[in-house]
Write a protein that binds this ligand. Structure first.
Ligand code: C2E
Ligand code: MG
Ligand code: MG
Ligand code: MG
Length: 288
């Protein structure tokens, strides 16, 4: 914990700390007493393939609309849910909702789903997710699980086993927020992965920093050598795109190609995209 040099700062820290604790307590109470089944939902953010010139998948992003807390972001509640033992319940509810949405989409669209540390430290739980996939009769190849470096950090051996299991059933595994944590390269070496998502912190700096550009280029080249697909996270501007497109990433995800949206809007985006690719007048308009 940070030690403040001045009295004023110290008070400021304490207020922030106790505010956060208050929030965490309220969140934990609502996790226990709220109607999670009804209140938790997903937004879907498009992942665009420059090679195919279309959206090929969506990342499912958790949201929580609670009558007393309002709209809670995952950064606020996932950690509390992990600490207080509610995470698997949260994950299971969200996953079922994600599968229901995925089933409405065409077969060539897939879904990326975030798993937390506690989720993947429990083999039985991961098996239950695979069970859900079977029950819903969705092809496992349409599902990808995103894990963060911090999520696997605690136990690399168990994580590897669990991830192997997911992959042997045909699901894919992506390492999220690559480059933002510690010993990233060790994970590339030790974990069974299909994909790497390069953290937004590099992307943001790319237009103004040659160093960041070179780092992104090097990670993309490394992924290609290791047979991993790579995703650029958080591309927001044409300026960033102009610098990044020549590096030929496999996928791009960011506000430039779409914000996280409702399942209904995601469905509409897919329909529009299919329409555009089959309607000759649209094609003409695009190439003109
Ligand atoms: P993440 O998995 O790295 O997801 C990407 C985050 O970046 C999302 O924030 C997304 O809305 C945001 N983002 C995407 N494109 C842009 C962009 O162009 N600019 C900016 N500024 N931001 C962008 P979100 O939805 O708030 O999620 C935050 C984190 O919470 C996620 O980071 C993920 O680690 C975690 N999370 C979200 N949903 C779940 C879930 O269902 N389960 C678990 N365990 N974690 C989740
Ligand atoms: Mg993610
Ligand atoms: Mg990420
Ligand atoms: Mg993140």
């Amino acid at each position: 914990k940070a030690k403040a040099r001045f009295r004023g700062q110290c008070i400021l820290f304490e207020t922030t700390d106790s505010k956060e604790m208050e929030n965490a307590t309220a969140i934990e109470r609502e996790l226990r007493e709220g109607n999670l089944e009804q209140e938790l939902f997903l937004l879907f953010q498009p992942q665009y393939s420059p090679g195919e010139a279309r959206v090929v998948s969506f990342e499912a992003l958790a949201r929580w609309q609670n009558p007393r807390l309002g709209l809670v972001s995952p950064d606020a509640f996932i950690r509390v849910a992990e600490r207080s033992g509610f995470i698997q319940k949260v994950t299971a509810i969200l996953f079922r909702k994600g599968l229901a949405e995925l089933k409405k989409w065409p077969d060539d669209i897939s879904l990326s789903f975030n798993l937390s540390a506690r989720d993947i430290s429990d083999q039985t739980f991961v098996l239950s997710l695979l069970g859900q996939i079977m029950e819903e009769q969705v092809s496992p190849s349409r599902l990808e699980f995103e894990i963060t470096e911090t999520a696997v950090m605690s136990d690399l051996t168990t994580s590897s086993t669990v991830l192997d299991r997911l992959r042997s059933r045909g699901c894919r595994v992506a390492l999220d927020d690559f480059g933002s944590g510690y010993s990233s390269f060790e994970y590339l070496d030790q974990l069974p992965l299909d994909k790497v998502k390069i953290d937004r912190s590099f992307i943001r700096k790319v237009p103004h920093s040659i160093t960041s550009r070179e780092i992104v280029a090097a990670i993309i080249a490394l992924c290609s050598k290791l047979n991993l697909r790579c995703v650029l996270e958080g591309v927001e501007t044409q300026e960033e795109m102009a610098v990044l497109a020549p590096l030929q990433p496999d996928l791009i995800q960011g506000y430039l190609f779409g914000r996280p949206m409702s399942g209904k809007d995601a469905g509409q985006l897919i329909a529009d995209q299919q329409q555009a690719s089959t309607d000759p007048t649209e094609l003409k308009a695009q190439s003109a």
